[in-house]
Design a protein around this ligand. Sequence first.
Ligand SMILES: C[S@@+](CC[C@H](N)C(=O)[O-])C[C@H]1O[C@@H](n2cnc3c(N)ncnc32)[C@H](O)[C@@H]1O
Ligand code: SF4
Ligand code: SF4
Length: 334
Amino acid sequence: MPRIGIELNNVCNLDCTHCFRSIYRGGAENNHDLFLPPELLEKILTEAQALGYHHVAITGGEPPMHPRFGECLDIIARLGYTYHFLTNARNFGKTLKAVSEPARRAKLAGISFSLDGATEATHDGIRGKGSYREVVTAIATCQAVGIEASIISTINKANRHEIDQLALLGAHLKVRRQIFSHQNPTEHNVGEDLVLPLTEWRAVERDVARVMTGFRHDISMAVGFYTEYFLPRCAPLALDDLNIDYRGRLTLCCQLSNYRDAKGDGEDVVGDLRRISLPEALGNLLGLVRKVHGERLAMAADPQQREKLHYPCLVCVERFQKTSKEPMLVQLTR
Ligand SMILES: C[S@@+](CC[C@H](N)C(=O)[O-])C[C@H]1O[C@@H](n2cnc3c(N)ncnc32)[C@H](O)[C@@H]1O
Ligand code: SF4
Ligand code: SF4
């Protein structure tokens, strides 16, 4: 199902070691430009609706920290969209209260929780003290009140050995869906020695593939895994996943947006929806998509470059200059 992804804010109450966002970690006061205005959200969703989008995937930052979170959900529901959001589960009681209002609850398709370790020590080592208990308790609460919960786990050096346990925990918590993802590099997470060498990424994918068949819930690997296809078939490049950043700009992909080490806006920011319409911005995006595919065709013909294409998201991180200038493969295999 095509989805419109919305980064509702750029504020967070955690400071996860692996995080690829350049996030503000203070309070909301005096920082109103870090939150997508509900009025702009309404304009964008009205335009997207006319193009056949019916589902909103909310991310951030930490979405429930938007001071007008409930109002945003009201707009989404009123326009007839279903929605889900990603959260770190901090202050989940407040979040649950916000989504329990009947009109909002009726359109809630589910909540995705980030779980980065099967044990408290591993998860909290990445996400901070107390987080593991918050996530596990929040998932159990969803189970109790009939909200469909999913888990997303980003695999790195700290949790690589816990893939089986993570799947087992997902089964115990009765989640509907569990997604494993590779961790994209930042100067910070490379510095903290969290990034697995590229030579181990396929072994991670094999471990995930093994647990996929052993459990009843749906387990999958997020885009970014090894592929033989050199023209990526990811949802952003197919325009099945649009990404709107917290400033109300259409960007190529939520994985590249507001990247921690990026110097200013990149070419992936294709249109400011405060100023232009979504169809106009999509016209720009189509131009970029075509350019990206053209570049990948050229890379595929170059023996020096083609091996990189097995990991399409790393090619994007390098192509859009989201982290240091050093070529990604060199950096990761050092
Ligand atoms: C940026 S967070 C925003 C939502 C919310 N704050 C949370 O953590 O769930 C969205 C997802 O991106 C993941 N993520 C963060 N840094 C990443 C990285 N370097 N590579 C891949 N995924 C990453 C997070 O673990 C989380 O599942
Ligand atoms: S991964 Fe999510 S919870 Fe962690 S710092 Fe980034 S935005 Fe915040
Ligand atoms: S980073 Fe690039 S290849 Fe990966 S999902 Fe986004 S657009 Fe597709």
